[in-house]
Design a protein around this ligand. Structure first.
Ligand code: HEC
Length: 194
């Protein structure tokens, strides 16, 4: 290694190799570069400890406590995918009602019986509803179910189209008062079934 000629640059040391006439200084790394490297290194250790051990459980608990909110949020988003008008329109379409009837016989009869008069599940033909009787409320009950009470979640297995057709079928048997399971829930005015 030989120092370069210029006397004011005593730190400029030239390395002893040379490639195609190109020679190379052996200068120290710039301070800003070194400090960026050192700080990034320290940050990485601190960050790793903080995320892998300290806050790991905390974020896990946060996830659990937000889970219900997340489910509610997802349901809210899904409910926005359908409008009251669309449901009212499909209920007026005889082909949709017929298709909904078929799906009902295949999936719902076991608990609500053939005409929707109810056994394990409520009577769907009376004027009383546990989870609301508006088009969107009925759509929502079918889509998300009431798992805690034994009403399955149908959205994922049946898909959007069949759920809408099921709504059309339910709208067609609504208030037809087929004798069956005694009324549950409240009527349109909010009065409870005795
Ligand atoms: C395994 C039994 C079971 C099956 C199958 C089932 N349900 Fe239900 N359903 C229930 C029960 C139980 C309830 C009452 C939930 C409660 O008490 O909150 C219910 C409630 C409902 C309600 C709300 C009634 C109200 O009063 O608010 C609707 C609407 C409904 N079911 C539609 C359907 C449709 C459509 C299908 C088929 C795709 C279906 N159910 C299949 C058991 C079932």
């Amino acid at each position: 290694m030989a120092a370069v000629d210029h006397p004011s640059k005593t730190h400029d040391v030239v390395t002893d190799h040379e490639y195609d006439g190109i020679r190379e200084f052996d200068n120290p790394l710039p301070a800003w570069w070194l400090w960026t490297f050192v700080l990034a290194f320290i940050f990485a250790i601190v960050y790793w400890i903080a995320t892998q051990s300290l806050s790991y459980q905390r974020s896990d608990q946060a996830y659990l406590s937000h889970k219900e909110e997340m489910v509610a949020y997802q349901q809210e988003m899904a409910a926005k995918s359908v409008s009251e008008e669309e449901l009212v329109a499909i209920a007026a379409d005889p082909a949709a009602v017929a298709a909904g009837n078929e799906t009902f016989q295949a999936n719902c009869k076991a608990c609500h019986l053939e005409r929707g008069e109810g056994s394990i599940g409520p009577n769907l033909t009376d004027g009383y509803w546990i989870h609301g009787s508006s088009p969107k409320e009925i759509w929502s009950t079918i889509t998300f179910g009431v798992p805690a009470k034994g009403m399955p979640t149908w959205g994922p297995s049946l898909g959007d189209k069949k759920i809408r057709e099921l709504y059309a079928f339910l709208a067609s048997i609504k208030d037809t008062n087929v004798p069956g399971k005694e009324p549950q829930g409240v009527d349109a005015s909010g009065a409870p079934a005795k």
